[in-house]
Design a protein around this ligand. Structure first.
Ligand code: AMP
Length: 191
């Protein structure tokens, strides 16, 4: 079973590529950001708690995020594989994911990291904010905070999987199709 982590800073194109990859390889796409936004729109207790952090560009605490992710994966027993988009974002999340998979004799297949320079990210997110309606996409200081959090707390997850040679860097600049083909060239050998 394929367990693919689509990695990279906010605005690097993970969501766009995850949708295309999920279709091509018949994988379930799980975006923790989307799950939080759904909870927020439903005004659930979890959603309102998450919003306190999301609106400031901060990470939602591990406890909440890991619990939500596990619940989602367990609700999909018939899945042929998963794309994790926006998760794991901390070493604690990576360890929790590894342990959850280990319980089923599974492990992460590959981590593909989309590399995009900071100025391009800011431009892309502000542009996305025009149509996404996401408050965290409309404020440049929040966007820069999210990038800072990525560098301080999330980037280490790349190294966590690099130890087992599972982490790969992908050039995240170019057309959607060009980037998609780059990603596919790393996934095809796993199928
Ligand atoms: P995203 O849609 O992936 O950019 O996520 C939007 C926001 O949701 C982030 O800025 C965080 O506040 C929160 N979030 C999403 N995924 C995670 C995660 N794995 N851990 C903690 N917070 C998360």
């Amino acid at each position: 079973m394929i367990h693919l982590i689509l990695f990279g800073p906010p605005g690097s194109g993970k969501g766009t590529q995850a949708v295309k990859l999920a279709e091509k390889y018949n994988l379930v796409h799980i975006s923790t950001g989307d799950l939080f936004r759904h909870e927020t729109s439903q005004k659930t207790e979890l959603g309102l708690k998450a919003l306190e952090f999301m609106s400031q560009g901060m990470l939602v605490p591990d406890e909440i995020t890991i619990g939500m992710l596990k619940k989602k994966v367990k609700s999909l027993p018939d899945a042929c594989g998963f794309i994790y988009d926006g998760f794991p974002r901390t070493i604690a999340q990576a360890n929790a994911l590894d342990h959850m998979l280990e319980e089923n004799n599974e492990s992460i297949s590959i981590l593909l990291s989309l590399d995009v320079p900071e100025e391009e990210i800011v431009k892309r997110i502000l542009n996305r904010g025009i149509s996404s309606g996401r408050p965290d996409d409309n404020d440049e200081s929040i966007i820069r905070k999210r990038i800072q959090v990525y560098l301080q707390e999330t980037a280490a997850v790349f190294e966590h999987y690099a130890v087992n040679r599972k982490s790969k860097s992908i050039n995240g600049l170019g057309t959607i199709e060009e980037i998609f083909l780059r990603l596919c060239s790393h996934i095809d050998p796993l199928c």
